[in-house]
Design a protein around this ligand. Structure first.
Ligand SMILES: Nc1ncnc2c1ncn2[C@@H]1O[C@H](COP(=O)(O)OP(=O)(O)OP(=O)(O)O)[C@@H](O)[C@H]1O
Ligand SMILES: O=P(O)(O)OC[C@H]1O[C@H](OP(=O)(O)OP(=O)(O)O)[C@H](O)[C@@H]1O
Ligand SMILES: O=C(O)c1cccnc1
Length: 490
């Protein structure tokens, strides 16, 4: 199954094999030279704590991972570049045979992934990559780059949109995002997280996100007075009038908008609303609403922007602010209060050619950082109330019949599930032997999935202060395997 287009290719116009850390290539070279390259390996991508001190995260980025797999390639120019790199003896870093291997490389990996828009938790694999060791290793950095950022921003957007209820949130982050790709990826992830539209027109074109916009202070400042600015704008753009009213005196600005709105009405158009971008947004929105309603503009929206985030929006709502549309930029697209998710990609099992699977774990002084061995799957159990707990198990063993889940950090904490209890396995096949085996899901469906997913969970996980900790544990045999590997290593 071939994909007709790849957004990554459209943006960068080049294959992205070199979008990796040099050490992936030096390890790949060493595997190739010493015979380990074709051993079968399994890696999992997971994060260790929920971002923003919250109770959940929203998975995002898989569609770009699919693009990345589809486009994975080292072209002639890439190989020529690599051939020029030198080691500390000034000799070529990579042998020509390895560079030929890269040039001819075709991904043979299997990929299983938790679908985008799913509510996810620490320690559960979002991606599982299985295939030749050399290939799994080469994929690490870009997979982390894609999933870490989009999952982070989708989660931030989900927190913001949850506070806004049914009010639309417009993502305005492009101008202050971390570079071009940071902005584009943020627009996509923000939409998954529940934003209604973006101001980023390229993101609109590439991802099919609705685009929306008002006008800037510069428009008002180019005229002798605000009223003339609004009138001229209304003449030119009668079907997109949201007047920015705070350039000089906000409530006077609302009166000017109302006057121009009346003229628009007479000409058969409708003023969409006004935008507030400074001052006390609670007070000004309440006063603006009164003025608009008195003039009969009951449907006119009050858009607010200015360094908004979920805390300020919640506070504004508590103050009775009459804001109906929220423009959120910097704090959303840069994931301002936590700039990285901290997801990792760890080897968990290896099978030398002709040998048996060997589960692997990476020890750490901190128990929470010790990685889980095996070929993992995540099983989400449901009861009448919704999602009850997630159990990670090892597909090499299968889940045990009594389905007991253990908290690896406190083995006295356990949960037992009935063998016929409703459940869903979260990791689903995406690639088999380098070929895509699943349908691509539209961004609109992913966005809806997030909404539906959140309904499956106790509202306590959505709480921003001291959220409920959703139970995630290891199936008994997997916990034993992990404990034994730790004991052996020590
Ligand atoms: N009623 C309110 N309650 C809580 N926060 C508010 C309220 N009104 C505005 N804010 C927030 O307070 C911050 C105030 O921003 P700032 O100090 O830049 O003031 P300003 O009035 O916007 O000035 P400027 O003209 O420089 O933009 C913004 O993040 C804004 O969203
Ligand atoms: O505050 P954010 O959440 O990042 O939202 C985007 C901000 O960007 C614009 O301001 P800017 O001063 O750049 O331009 P302007 O002159 O159009 O207001 C806009 O007016 C918002 O305040
Ligand atoms: O359309 C807007 O109002 C807008 C767009 C980008 C940034 N700030 C505001």
């Amino acid at each position: 199954m071939l994909d007709s287009h790849s957004v990554l290719r459209q943006i960068y116009g080049t294959p992205l094999g070199l979008l990796t850390d040099l050490y992936q290539l030096t390890m790949a070279h060493a595997y190739w030279k010493t015979g380990g390259a074709e051993s079968e390996a399994v890696f999992h991508l997971f994060f260790r704590s929920n971002p923003f001190g919250g109770g959940y995260a929203i998975s995002a980025g898989l569609d770009q991972v699919i693009d990345y797999f589809n486009d994975y390639q080292f072209d002639a120019a890439d190989v020529a570049y690599l051939s020029e790199l030198r080691g500390n003896d000034d000799k070529p870093l990579f042998e020509p045979g390895f560079l030929t291997h890269l040039k001819e490389l075709q991904l043979q990996c299997d990929l299983d992934a938790i679908p985008e828009g799913t509510v996810v938790f620490p320690h559960q694999p979002l991606l599982r990559v299985r295939g030749p060791l050399i290939q799994c290793q080469l994929l690490e950095t870009a997979l982390l780059n894609i999933i870490n950022f989009q999952t982070l921003v989708a989660t931030k957007a989900s927190r913001i949109t949850s506070v806004c209820g049914d009010d639309p949130v417009l993502e305005f982050g492009l101008r202050r995002a971390q570079g071009i790709d940071g902005a584009l990826s943020a627009s996509r992830a923000a939409f998954i997280g529940g934003c209604a539209a973006t101001s980023n027109v390229l993101a609109g074109k590439l991802f099919g996100i609705p685009v929306k916009g008002t006008h800037a202070h510069s428009w008002v400042m180019c005229f002798d007075n605000e009223r003339e600015a609004f009138e001229t704008y209304a003449d030119a753009m009668p079907n997109n009038c949201v007047f920015l009213v705070d350039t000089y005196d906000t409530l006077q600005g609302v009166r000017h908008a109302i006057d121009v709105g009346q003229r628009l009405k007479e000409r058969g158009h409708q003023m969409v609303g006004i935008r507030l971008d400074s001052g006390d947004l609670a007070y000004l929105s309440i006063e603006a609403r009164k003025l608009l309603d008195e003039a009969g503009f009951h449907d006119a929206a009050i858009v607010a922007s200015n360094d908004l985030d979920e805390q300020i929006i919640r506070s504004l709502k508590e103050q009775g602010a009459q804001i109906s549309v929220w423009g959120v930029g910097t704090k959303l697209s840069t994931a301002f209060d936590q700039p990285a998710l901290g997801g990792v990609y760890k080897l968990s099992a290896i099978k030398p050619t002709g040998g048996q699977w060997q589960p692997k774990t990476k020890l750490s002084e901190q128990a929470i950082k010790t990685s889980t061995p095996g070929i993992l799957q995540v099983r989400r159990y449901f009861d009448d109330q919704g999602a009850q707990a997630d159990m990670i198990f090892n597909e090499l063993d299968g889940a045990s019949d009594d389905c007991v889940m253990i908290d690896p950090l406190d083995p006295t904490r356990r949960k037992t599930f009935a063998s016929d209890q409703k459940h869903e396995d979260l990791l689903t096949p995406v690639f088999r032997n380098g070929t895509r085996v699943c349908e691509r899901i539209s961004l609109a469906k992913i966005r809806t999935r997030r909404e539906q997913q959140l309904q499956q969970f106790h509202s306590g996980i959505r709480r921003h202060t001291y959220p409920h900790q959703y139970p995630v544990g290891l199936e008994t045999k997997l916990n034993e395997l992990k404990t034994n590997l730790i004991l052996q290593a020590r």
